[in-house]
Design a protein around this ligand. Structure first.
Ligand code: ASP
Length: 598
């Protein structure tokens, strides 16, 4: 069958302006709205570029009028007509094309659309699964169109910036050796070698390090990463990161490279001017002051240690914490008109704290003339001035206390800080505030497994002063690690890497890998390190997460064209799905549990 003949567009639906009056044009697009006012059809025709009003007037040919009658929402059509200026009373200043309309000469239906599962609008208010099942319709919404455009521009600006600075974009394979990097690997069975598997990369970490050994001293890649983790929060099984690595660099060089990159990219893409260098916080300062290692520094509300004052206070929870070498911290919730610190509200704050292990949230209110009222006020008699001064509190403020082991204390009060800021409405949504977190601990103790693990991954360099005591005191070792945080989200992690075989082996051992295991899993990296590896380091900003923040969204699904739902399923194509026995046979696989027929 010959392809359908149709009038191809001469302009898009976002292009026409008053100056185009009188032009003869063809538009292709989707019927966004179709109103019939006393026999005159006003059709809003939409494409990626905008919306143009087209009018089938009283004088239109019968055939055209018939087609106009037939049109339903989201029919894909071709329109031919003449641009005319709208009467003054009909001008729509909210539409780019609002001063014109197209007087239709001919109409052609290119394809029809079934009744819609949801309306296509600025944003869809349909349930997430419905949006994902009909993602092609959801993608037509202005919101999705804008976000996918933003993502494209972001990635393009990154490529331009790095390419202009001698970086090579190099692809690394997505079928690789299974090498644990913290999460569970996705495995791909080999047909040619029964019983053997490839893994999908959790990140190109080892390959980018080997590229450094290969002499490509400035590398980047817009890399897809796969982690087979439980569906939890806003996670996707696959995500995209800007993977970057450089040789002959120090931490300063990596941080500067990223600062320069985002300063330029934000200016270009968001018309937003960032400071030329970003604030830095050590991991312990971030924890102590903000309660988390990814603080939102758009607002202050610092946590304040009052351990020394608490020593003198006969309040059970304080004394227990002190006896257990824990911490006592407080936060000052400022007096405000838009938030009443009722018992009920303090209860809500306490719930937020308990999620992170605090047993309770104590409070006092600052009354007139430095008097502390309600809550634990009676225990604080005699210490009012010390507390008020330490907390920089004033009349009407509420002081909230948590006593717990250090990390729990930080995290719990950090959660109170975050909730308070939201409820106080003091977060400036239009600001982008980056900060670096540096000097992270290199190891974390995994209670379940009963051994030390790398806090980031096993290839990060310990800071030099800790190298002699790695084995004897792993808990105190700080690494040459850095995270980039944006508006309270961790958006990148990176480190200066180990490039010495012996040091790398020591780290494997501390993380409970025998030399044999390490050789069988990571032998290829160790081999490469036997051939003149350069000192190197890198980082990997998450593209989905960053675009999500830039687009002021709270889920990465809003900036990914085809995400999985929270249950790790794609409702559009129903993956994951069963496969034929023949496919399994070829892959030498037997499914343990009989497959239930659907
Ligand atoms: N490979 C690391 C990650 O995916 C990032 C890095 O260290 O460059 O988190």
């Amino acid at each position: 069958m010959a392809a359908m003949e149709y009038k191809q567009r001469t302009v898009t639906c976002g292009a026409l302006r008053q100056e185009d009056e009188g032009k003869y044009v063809v538009l292709n697009g989707w019927v966004h709205r179709n109103r019939n006012h006393g026999g005159i059809h006003f059709i809003n025709l939409r494409d990626r570029y905008g919306i143009t009003q087209i009018v089938v007037g009283e004088h239109a040919r019968d055939e055209v009028r018939q087609i106009a009658e037939e049109l339903r929402l989201e029919y894909c059509i071709a329109v031919e007509g003449i641009v005319r200026k709208r009467p003054d009373s009909m001008i729509n200043p909210n539409m780019d094309t609002g001063s014109i309309e197209v007087d239709v000469q001919s109409l052609q239906i290119l394809s029809r659309c079934e009744p819609l599962p949801f309306m296509i609008d600025e944003e869809s208010d349909a349930k997430e699964d419905l949006r994902l099942r009909y993602r092609y319709l959801d993608l037509r919404s202005t919101g999705m169109q804008n976000r996918i455009r933003l993502r494209h521009e972001f990635v393009k600006a990154i490529r331009e910036h790095l390419s202009a600075r001698d970086f090579y974009e190099i692809e690394t394979p997505t079928l690789i050796k299974s090498t644990p990097e913290g999460a569970r690997d996705f495995l791909v069975p080999s047909r040619l070698y029964a019983g053997k598997f490839y893994a999908l990369p959790q990140s190109p970490q080892l390959l980018k390090q080997i590229l450094m050994v290969g002499g490509f001293d400035k590398y980047f890649q817009i890399a897809r990463c796969y982690r087979d983790e439980d569906a939890r929060g806003d996670r996707q099984l696959e995500f995209t990161q800007l993977d970057l690595e450089m040789s002959f660099v120090t931490r300063e060089d990596v941080l500067k490279t990223i600062e320069d990159l985002f300063v330029e990219v934000f200016a270009k893409v968001m018309n937003y001017s960032l400071p030329t260098s970003f604030r830095r916080l050590s991991w312990s300062d971030a924890m102590n002051t903000y309660g988390v290692d990814k603080p939102d520094v758009r607002y202050d509300l610092p946590l304040v240690d009052i351990g020394d004052i608490a020593e003198l206070i006969q309040f059970g929870a304080f004394q227990t914490a002190l006896a257990e070498k824990g911490s006592i911290k407080a936060i000052c919730a400022p007096a405000t008109d838009n938030l009443a610190y009722s018992r009920k509200y303090i209860g809500e704050l306490e719930e937020a704290a308990k999620v992170y292990g605090a047993k309770g949230l104590a409070f006092v209110k600052v009354g007139k003339g430095g008097v502390l009222e309600s809550g634990i006020a009676k225990f604080l008699v005699g210490h009012e001035t010390a507390i008020i001064e330490r907390m920089k509190a004033s009349e009407g403020d509420m002081i909230l206390f948590i006593a717990a082991p250090w990390k729990k204390c930080c995290n719990s009060l950090g959660a109170v800080r975050t909730k308070l800021a939201r409820d106080l409405n003091i977060i400036d949504k239009n600001r982008f505030e980056f900060c670096w977190i540096i000097d992270f601990p290199l190891f974390e103790f995994n209670e379940e497994a009963g051994h030390w693990e790398a806090a980031h991954h096993m290839f990060s360099m310990p800071q030099a002063q800790y190298i002699p005591t790695l084995e004897s005191d792993p808990g105190s070792v700080k690494g040459d690690l850095y995270d980039l945080v944006l508006n309270g989200y961790e958006v990148a992690s990176g480190s200066i890497r180990i490039h010495d075989v012996e040091l790398q082996k020591r780290i494997f051992r501390i993380c409970n890998f025998t030399d044999e295991e390490a050789e069988s899993r990571f032998g290829f990296l160790l081999n490469a390190f036997r051939y003149g590896p350069p000192p190197h380091g890198g980082i990997a900003p998450g593209i989905d997460r960053m675009v999500m923040i830039m687009a002021q969204q709270t889920s990465i699904k809003e900036v990914i064209a085809f995400p999985k739902n929270t249950a790790a399923v794609s409702p559009m194509d129903d993956s994951p799905s069963y496969v034929d026995d023949k496919q399994l046979d070829e892959l030498h696989l037997l499914i343990k549990q009989p497959v239930k027929s659907e």
